[in-house]
Design a protein around this ligand. Structure first.
Ligand code: PYC
Length: 321
């Protein structure tokens, strides 16, 4: 019987399952290489943790690993129902609150190694975390993609730790009650981008679609809907998606360094975002390279010992796809 100790939390409604013990040993080396090892040698463990009958499509997992960068406190690899995430903002907030709940950290800054660079997370109180994300930037603006059955859709392509296609002019109702239609439309946009060979820099796949519009709460700046790579929608305002949006706002001179932006999800949960100029450069950036800062709150919801019984035909989760 294989046992995996996990702790669940939600950040603005979006769940995270952190593996505390019993996850795969991915060895040493840069986290990018360890993701490859996870995918090639232990993908069944990812599926067992995330997929039904123990998990669900919306769940994001996080495996704590020893950092490769010597100035980091820990490393983390995030994964979901279909694969691996380069970075995850809500998951990092969930990770910090989980570590605080276990009394493994107290107030202060934690440097976290990820497959796409180092992030800094500061525990402000037992539930609130400020995350300084990886350098983020807008790659292309005003990109038009023809979505079959709909027509042309215009958006920006930006990096916020994952690749995003951000659309303002979508004509959709950004409400939780409309999530099925938003998901269907987001999937069609993503398929159209792929069919048209529209990618992020270095031909990287754009696997997140973000639609944004007017907020419903007076204190918010904007509302968004984010479609994640596995087809689930982010219940939180999406940390990497908010970072990508901040990069676009900075590029359009619509948000100044240090100014606060309140990003609201379709369930009304809010992240506070701001940015500072980065010293990094990005060869094809259309606008400044920024360091986004994202503040959000998480709560621990469960502590589990997942049991993988070798006689269970579905011990590695139900088949997907
Ligand atoms: O918060 O960055 C995020 C995120 C990515 C996918 C789901 N959440």
């Amino acid at each position: 019987m294989q046992r995996i100790h996990t702790i669940d939390s939600h950040t603005g409604g979006e769940p995270t399952r952190i593996v505390i013990e019993g996850g795969p040993d991915l060895g040493q080396g840069p986290l990018r290489d360890r993701v490859r090892r996870f995918r090639e040698q232990h993908d069944h463990v990812r599926a067992a943790i995330i997929n039904e009958p123990r998990g669900s499509d919306v769940l994001v997992g996080g495996l704590i690993v020893p950092p490769h960068q010597t100035d980091c406190d820990i490393g983390v690899i995030f994964f979901n129902n279909t694969g691996y995430l380069s970075m995850c903002g809500h998951g990092t907030i969930g990770l910090m609150v989980t570590l605080a709940w276990q009394n493994r950290i107290s107030a202060g800054i934690c440097r976290i190694d990820t497959p796409v660079g180092v992030v800094e997370a500061e525990l402000l109180d037992h539930h609130t975390v400020r995350l300084q994300n990886v350098p983020s930037w807008r790659y292309r603006t005003g990109v038009v993609v023809d979505v079959p059955g709909h027509g042309p859709v215009t958006g920006d392509i930006a990096w916020g730790g994952n690749w995003f296609f951000l659309v303002g002019d979508h004509g959709q109702n950004l409400s939780a009650g409309n999530s099925a239609a938003l998901t269907a439309f987001g999937l069609r946009i993503r398929a159209a981008l792929e069919a048209a060979d529209i990618t992020g820099a270095n031909n990287e796949l754009i696997d997140h679609i973000e639609m944004f519009g007017a907020p419903q709460h007076a204190d918010s700046s904007c509302r968004n809907f984010v479609l994640c790579p596995g087809g689930a929608w982010d219940r939180s305002p999406c940390g990497t998606g908010t970072s990508a949006r901040l990069a676009c706002l900075a590029a359009d001179n619509r948000l100044q360094p240090g100014e606060t932006w309140h990003q609201e999800s379709i369930i009304g949960s809010v992240f506070a975002g701001s940015w500072q100029p980065s010293e990094d450069t990005a060869e094809h950036a259309q606008g400044p390279v920024i360091i986004p800062s994202i503040t959000g709150s998480a709560w621990v919801t469960a502590e589990n010992h997942l049991l993988l019984d070798e006689t269970d035909p579905f011990r590695y989760g139900l088949p997907t796809g």
